[in-house]
Write a protein that binds this ligand. Structure first.
Ligand code: DX5
Ligand code: ZN
Length: 225
């Protein structure tokens, strides 16, 4: 477990008409989270490869690409070519999880696998030791601004316990419905990386919002340790 929480604002909630300024506004965060939606795996469309290149040109932070697409197996190289630093695919959408992770590592990036709220944490059993990060979805993917699903806390604890039982230390990222009001609970349960969309981009003072979420998350980490 990391000592300090990683804050990853999701550009899905940004104003795309002024993307460069929006990225400047969240420069005090640690990562940028980039949500890719294909209209098949999730009932919404977002952005593709060319906008990722624009994001990369306008931030110095690592970019965490969250693929909510069917057949992620077919697009690993394209997303790495476009600049993904962390590449996350959904377990429910992948055909060959192990092969995807190996390819991401061969290309020098970090590999993450996401689980929907309805997916058991125990699907991680034979793959967790290969992963740099597990993404626990705390909303059903497809939209920003949804309410945090409370049972996600139990799933975060289960993922942490599974990792400990295997003697491995993947980061645990949690995505959906997180703000300063619950970041402490999420980190107390075992999260290292918090994806934050509307709670940051919906705030007038983004730096303050990030600082508040960071303080709350770090309180949870201290409580846990
Ligand atoms: C949901 C996306 C999230 C979303 C989070 O499908 O994966 O990353 O942008 O937004 P908030 O923080 O508003 O729930
Ligand atoms: Zn996401």
């Amino acid at each position: 477990m990391l000592d300090n929480v990683i804050i990853a604002p999701s550009v899905l909630s940004a104003d795309f008409g002024r993307l460069a300024e929006e990225l400047d506004d969240v420069a005090t965060a640690d990562w940028i989270h980039y949500d890719v939606m294909d209209g098949h795996f999730v009932p919404n469309l977002s952005f593709g490869l060319s906008i990722l290149k624009t994001v990369k040109k306008n931030t110095s932070l690592p970019v965490d690409v969250h693929l909510m697409i069917t057949n992620p197996d077919e697009m690993v190289d394209a997303w790495l070519d476009a600049g993904a630093d962390v590449l996350c695919f959904h377990q429910e959408a992948a055909t060959h999880c192990h092969r995807i992770i190996s390819r991401i590592h061969e290309r020098g990036a970090k590999a993450a696998m996401a689980l929907n709220p309805g997916t058991s944490p125990y699907v991680l059993d034979s793959i967790i030791s290969e992963l740099d990060m597990v993404l626990v979805m705390s909303v059903n993917p497809g939209y920003g601004g949804q309410a945090f699903i409370e049972s996600s806390l139990e799933k975060i604890r289960a993922v942490r316990a599974l990792a400990e039982a295997r003697g491995v230390h993947p980061l645990i990222e949690v995505d959906g419905g997180i703000g300063a009001g619950n970041a402490d609970l999420v980190c107390d349960a075992g999260a290292d990386v918090l994806v934050v969309g509307s709670s940051v981009f919906g705030a007038d003072d983004r730096a303050q919002a990030i600082a508040d979420i960071r303080a709350s998350g770090n309180r949870g980490k201290v409580k846990r340790s």
